[in-house]
Write a protein that binds this ligand. Structure first.
Ligand code: SAM
Length: 279
């Protein structure tokens, strides 16, 4: 099968239902990706959308996909942590669909997937340290702490020591090293945890999410909506803590999760939790 280019927007109907408070409003898609959610907003409403992504290739793809909405759509290649410094007007809703897109996962050069051979890069954009830079520069203890904190990896010390010994350069080399450090039957679970932890560290995801949600608070109109889709408990906890500190009103006491139909169509949405807040 060829590379899957189009990332299916997760819980698209639910996002539109909760995000769009005004049919001709102004919305910010802070994680544009392939433009799936932005396309739904543009198709179903008369609203204006600003789409942000730190990955230039995602911006290019989304721009191409949404070219027929040129007069209502503006893409910006930037990190969402700086939202309030470049959004010059108040908006009615901000969407964060966190993590990586299917397109990025299936791009071997990005190094996100342990199933595909590629360099140990793992950056969404092109700035900052790569995963390999971390392996080179961090002490084994720092790597172990990172694997435990961001991946919940219990064999973190053992894996970190081996990483420093062998200095893997590719996804395949890192995957092999992890497989050799853990019981065989649980290999993929440990691989998922280790790759997730590196990705979070490389992209400083926790810092960005916190700053992004603070920035969203500043640019939202009163009664504007914040819709966040998280994919693991670490980011979900951080989102809840940050919105509480800021005084957002929570509109969804329990997370909204994908229905069975979507679940079968799009396995990536398996761990998605959608939460909605109001300023
Ligand atoms: C799950 S995808 C979004 C998919 C999109 N909602 C769709 O339906 O096509 C997440 C996107 O957020 C981007 N991203 C991650 N961290 C970012 C950040 N700090 N600033 C801007 N974009 C970021 C990634 O590059 C990726 O394209």
């Amino acid at each position: 099968m060829g590379r899957q280019v189009i990332h299916l927007p997760v819980m698209g109907d639910e996002v539109i239902h909760w995000l769009v408070v005004k049919n001709d409003g102004f919305y910010l898609d802070a994680t544009l990706g392939c433009g799936g959610h932005s396309e739904l907003i543009l198709k179903r409403t008369n609203a204006y959308v600003i789409g942000i992504d730190v990955d230039r290739e995602q911006i290019r793809l989304a721009e191409e996909r949404l070219s027929c909405y040129k007069d209502r759509f503006m893409p910006i290649n930037a990190n969402f942590k700086f939202i309030d410094s470049f959004i010059g007007r108040p908006v009615d809703g901000v969407l964060f669909d966190l993590g990586y897109s299917t397109y990025q996962l299936n791009t071997p050069q990005k190094g996100f997937s342990y199933r595909m051979e590629g360099p140990l890069d793992m950056r969404y954009g092109r700035q900052g340290m790569t995963a390999y830079d971390i392996i080179e520069e961090w002490e084994a203890e720092e790597i172990a702490d990172m694997l435990y904190r961001y991946g919940g990896e219990r064999k973190s010390r053992n894996i970190a020591r081996k990483i420093k010994d062998k200095k893997p350069r590719t996804t395949g080399e890192l995957a092999l090293l992890v497989r050799k450090s853990v019981p065989r039957r649980n290999g993929h679970k440990h691989l998922g945890r280790v790759f997730q932890a590196f990705r979070i560290a490389v992209n400083r995801e926790m810092e960005n999410i916190k700053q992004g949600i603070i920035g969203a608070f500043h640019v939202l109109n009163k009664n504007g909506r914040l819709v966040v889709i998280t994919y693991h408990s670490g980011e979900e906890k951080l989102v809840l803590k940050t919105v509480n500190e800021l005084g957002y009103t929570t509109l969804t006491t329990k997370p909204i999760t994908p229905g069975k139909l979507e679940f079968n169509r799009n396995p990536r949405c398996r761990s998605a939790h959608l939460r909605v807040f109001e300023k």
